[in-house]
Design a protein around this ligand. Structure first.
Ligand SMILES: NC(=O)C1=CN([C@@H]2O[C@H](COP(=O)(O)OP(=O)(O)OC[C@H]3O[C@@H](n4cnc5c(N)ncnc54)[C@H](O)[C@@H]3O)[C@@H](O)[C@H]2O)C=CC1
Ligand SMILES: O=C([O-])CC(=O)C(=O)O
Length: 291
């Protein structure tokens, strides 16, 4: 890229609300002004979970699905080549929603659409370090694959570097803490948001060369081999090598290295993910206003 990347981090709530009230507004000047010329667009817009809400909550889905759809329409029209990082939950469904809207507009590039799952890696490394009594989370590198909610998040402790030895019960407790770490934050904030600041940290991380992210597998080089292993799921989070200007350069297929225990976690994740992905796709497919 010859000029510095232009990103959009504006609060677009007024625009999206307007789009929601009046229907699809192809000539919306706000969306046009916000997105035109953007190279990288990060979307954290939407409601956060309240204590007790799961990522499968219907209110969370219905409100955020509409917000994502409206914003992605704006991107399809005014910044079709931008890198899109979707933070808004439920990521397992909002990324498929984004993909379907982009497809309807004929501008879907799977190498440039990413669901932000970085926090799962941050948690897996931080909590693994704390379980073995280290205060510095950067000591461990622990891959995480799958999706971004509860038991669709699959930490691969068997591939930790350096190796970590845990009893079965310590391992189960650690896996649970990584999978449900978001709940701790949502509860601690008592209805006033979720891991907002950690999200900023995740965004910063994303500037790296290899990043964990939820992608459309068939559109990313190397993704087909992953898809063959993950029960044919269209979307999955694995470490992705990133490049500029093309985006996702390669999906790292670490699936053949997982342990038997982790294969058990994956089987559970596949079921949840298949339902979450279908929910996102169904939200757009057949919906005339998204055309
Ligand atoms: N993928 C990830 O790792 C993470 C995802 N999240 C998700 O990010 C989203 C935001 O979470 P928080 O920052 O904690 O919530 P928050 O309530 O602090 O911030 C939400 C922001 O979205 C804006 N917004 C609300 N309705 C909008 C609309 N119709 N159009 C555009 N913008 C709108 C609000 O003005 C506000 O600035 C949630 O869906 C949450 O679940 C949060 C943390 C981590
Ligand atoms: O769990 C939530 O609601 C927010 C989130 O995605 C996370 O903290 O990883």
């Amino acid at each position: 890229m010859s000029s510095p990347a232009r990103g959009v981090a504006a609060d677009l709530s007024h625009i999206s609300t307007k789009a929601k009230v009046t229907g699809y507004l192809p000539a919306d000047d706000g969306l046009k002004a916000a997105f035109t010329g953007a190279d990288v667009i990060v979307i954290p817009a939407g409601i956060p979970r309240k204590p007790g809400m799961t990522h499968n909550d219907l209110d969370l889905f219905n409100i955020n699905a509409g917000i994502i759809r409206d914003l992605i329409i704006g991107i399809a029209l005014y910044a079709p080549s931008a890198f899109i990082l979707v933070i808004s939950n439920p990521v397992n469904s909002t990324v498929p929603i984004a993909a379907e809207v982009l497809k309807k507009h004929g501008v879907f590039d799977p190498k440039k659409l990413f669901g932000v799952t970085t926090l799962d890696v941050v948690r897996s490394e931080t909590f693994t370090a704390s379980v073995v009594g280290k205060s510095d989370p950067s000591v461990f590198k622990v891959p995480v694959i799958g999706g971004h909610s509860g038991d669709t998040i699959v930490p691969l402790l068997s591939l930790s570097e350096p190796k970590v030895e845990l009893s079965d019960s310590d391992r189960a407790a650690l896996v649970h803490r990584i999978q449900f770490g978001g709940d701790e934050v949502v509860q601690a904030k008592e209805g006033k948001g979720s891991a907002t600041l950690s999200m900023a940290h995740a965004g910063f991380h994303f500037a790296g060369i290899v990043e964990n992210t939820f992608v459309y597998l068939s559109g990313v080089p190397g993704g087909g081999a992953v898809k063959d292993i993950v029960a044919g799921l269209d979307y999955f989070s694995v470490p992705i090598e990133l490049g500029c200007p093309s985006g996702a350069v390669k999906a790292m297929n670490i699936l053949p290295q997982v342990s038997e225990y982790e294969n058990g976690l994956l089987e559970v994740a596949y079921t949840g993910l298949a339902a979450n992905i279908k929910k996102g796709v169904d939200f757009i497919v057949g919906a005339p206003e998204a055309k």
